[in-house]
Design a protein around this ligand. Sequence first.
Ligand code: CTP
Ligand code: MG
Length: 228
Amino acid sequence: MKYTVVIPAAGYGKRMKTKQSKQFLLLRRKPLIVWTLECFMADPNCEELIVVINRDHEQDMKQLLAQYELQSRVRLVHGGKERQHSVALGLKAVHSEATMVLVHDGARPFVTHAMISELTAKASKVGGAVPAVPLKDTVKRVTGDVIQETLDRSQLWAIQTPQAFLKPVIEEAHRYAEEAGFLGTDEASLVEKIGKSVSIVAGSYRNIKITTPEDLVLAEAFIEGEEQ
Ligand code: CTP
Ligand code: MG
């Protein structure tokens, strides 16, 4: 199924604690954001990539797109203060005729075409679909440093991107969030707020978001494993 992907990539990657924003850090000699973009460029179902960038990174991003020949289906849009603002600005740039929209973190380089197909198929039926994996750790609610309760892990899932939605659903959700002043950490949370269904499909423990320095080590190991 054909789709447009909005890729928020306008953050500074503060938790990575590197001078350079994490999008540009090299994984096996290739910048992180290039790994992510190449996955969608290689998918014939991906009609357009709306990449949301920081003004401070504009020249560097343009240079990378040229160097890796990624310009053909990529459109650059300037982002906002929080991830949600960046996605909202990206959504405004989606072609009016698009029916299916995916939102995918620029910092998640290991998305697969199989996962994308499953997500778009499910979202076309339900309205929205996101990848999820079971939590590995025990999860507790804590106040200060005192444990209040242990949550029932069988009902808890870690949610990833890409998150796939029918275009009217994600547009309505973002419109509502903006009016209500609601800030969520993913798109599904905004769709939940308008009372519409979002289903989960099988995510992957490899589909990590590169967030802290340890994630870079893990990512390099994943790539090395695939090269063998
Ligand atoms: N993002 C964005 N606009 C923002 C903030 C984040 O487009 N104002 C993007 C990031 O570039 C990233 C994705 O949203 O691709 C997921 O966010 P996160 O992993 O939190 O990245 P950063 O916000 O850059 O990192 P940090 O929170 O550590 O500063
Ligand atoms: Mg962030």
